[in-house]
Design a protein around this ligand. Structure first.
Ligand code: SF4
Ligand code: SF4
Length: 431
């Protein structure tokens, strides 16, 4: 694609990078059929190629983008399905991040939109504040009718029962001498709503000989705010993690992440700090050892599986795991080794509509994708759905009674851990 940036614009590293990315696009359109928003609307401007044109025009023009451009870029899920599909290697992930940063700086959103985004950027990355907000959200549902639609939707995501709080900070040791030392990202939203996933990860890894360290100063990976265009906040949260993990006494062999949206971001820390001489090396070192839990388990080898009732599993590929990290085979192989019958879900390349804060900010598109995904899930007839990302589990659970579990919870159960909580509720075929 031909671009027309000025020399001054090209002196800015994000624009110089965007220029290279844009030039790699040859307009072939192979990405169109991979894009869930294009599948829903059929509008070229809701496709990767259409958005690439919009981003090019917006960045070349500089200054405030028009409302149509913002509308179509906001509707992008950042699911990276187009990244997988593109034969020319167009780095759409970093291009759309630059576009979101430009919109955040140059576009004034409506007051409700700004309030919604401020609430999410303030509440979600802070586990204590998030927990308090969830407790207040239940009674607030009574006022759903008078709350702005977008703010009211926030209250819908509060679960009926909020899991008990409990810190996992510290060192979790295996029975014998450790075969690996691993720092675990407990996360922000996951540490509140998916504490059981973190506990299952610690049990699974220590059972397989690893020492697991949860550093006290590590927190949100930065992805939530980055996808809203808040680049400085994202870097500040990432910096805290890098410093927390780099200063662990004796070092670690890996940083394990069990929320794949976060894993994609941690693996990109090197890129995030490439222009920062104080942080570049440490960021690149952390990014190089960041691993999804299934990558680590594939390296370690799954221990002997204990006998389980017949449980069939529909495996949902989270976009951030399959497109963002290129991981598809490991979770399936591990689940099968553990003794589960695993089935694929049709249109597996498509997002379920979760996409970080997308299901809060783009309710219509998110709900359409969620219902479409769950229709395919139900067609498998599997007892449970497994995924490597809590956000997908929460999103899909809104459309089906079928239990949602994290892959690691099944692996933990199959190697001697407790039955996943979601399976404690009696369901047909799972005893
Ligand atoms: S597939 Fe790649 S090169 Fe082709 S239009 Fe899409 S982004 Fe551009
Ligand atoms: S990231 Fe996903 S939603 Fe956005 S353009 Fe690419 S395929 Fe479409």
């Amino acid at each position: 694609m031909k671009t027309e940036f000025t020399a001054d614009q090209l002196d800015q590293p994000p624009i110089a990078e965007a220029n290279e990315i844009l030039r790699a696009c040859v307009h072939c359109g192979f990405c169109l059929s991979s894009c869930p928003t294009y599948a829903l609307t059929g509008d070229e401007l809701d496709s990767p190629r259409g958005r690439i044109y919009l981003i090019k025009n917006m960045l070349e023009g500089g200054g405030p983008p028009d409302a149509d451009t913002v509308h179509h870029i906001d509707r992008c899920l950042s699911c990276m399905s187009c990244l997988t599909a593109c034969p020319s290697g167009v780095d759409y992930m970093h291009l759309v991040d630059t576009a979101r940063g430009h919109i955040q700086t140059h576009h004034r959103r409506s007051i409700v939109d700004r309030l919604m985004r401020w609430l999410m950027a303030t509440i979600l990355p802070r586990p204590g504040v998030f927990r308090a907000a969830l407790i207040m959200a239940k009674p607030a549902q009574m006022f759903r009718g008078i709350l702005p639609n977008t703010v009211g939707r926030l209250t819908e995501f509060a679960p009926n029962k909020i899991p008990p709080s409990g810190s996992l900070v510290g060192i979790h040791r295996p029975d014998g001498p450790p075969v690996k030392r691993i720092a675990m990202l407990a996360g922000c939203v996951q540490s509140v709503l998916g504490g059981g996933i973190n506990e299952a990860t610690i049990r699974l890894l220590t059972r397989h000989g690893c020492e697991v360290i949860v550093a006290p100063d590590a927190g949100c990976c930065g992805a939530l705010v980055q996808h809203m265009g808040h680049e400085n906040s994202a870097r500040s949260q990432a910096r805290a993690n890098i410093q927390a993990w780099s200063s662990i006494d004796g070092g670690v062999d890996a940083v394990v992440v069990t929320a794949s949206g976060c894993g994609t971001t941690v693996k990109d820390y090197g890129h995030m700090f490439a222009d920062d001489p104080d942080m570049a090396q440490a960021a690149a070192s952390i990014a190089a050892i960041a691993k999804d839990v299934t990558e680590i388990m594939a390296e370690l080898g799954l221990g002997v599986a204990v006998p389980l009732p017949d449980v069939s599993v529909a495996y949902h590929d989270a976009c951030s795991l399959q497109h963002g990290q290129g991981i598809r085979a490991e979770p399936r192989a591990l689940l099968e080794q553990a003794g589960f019958e695993v089935s694929d879900i049709a249109e597996g390349q498509f997002c379920c509509g979760s996409a970080g804060t997308y299901n809060l900010l783009q309710p219509e598109m998110a709900d359409a994708l969620g219902a479409r995904k769950v229709g395919h899930v139900d067609a498998t007839g599997a007892h449970v759905v497994a995924s490597g990302n809590l956000g997908c589990m929460i999103q899909m659970a809104r459309f089906t009674e079928r239990p949602m579990v994290h892959t690691v919870e099944l692996l933990d159960w199959a190697t001697g851990g407790p039955k996943p909580t979601a399976l404690e509720i009696p369901r047909a075929g799972v005893s």
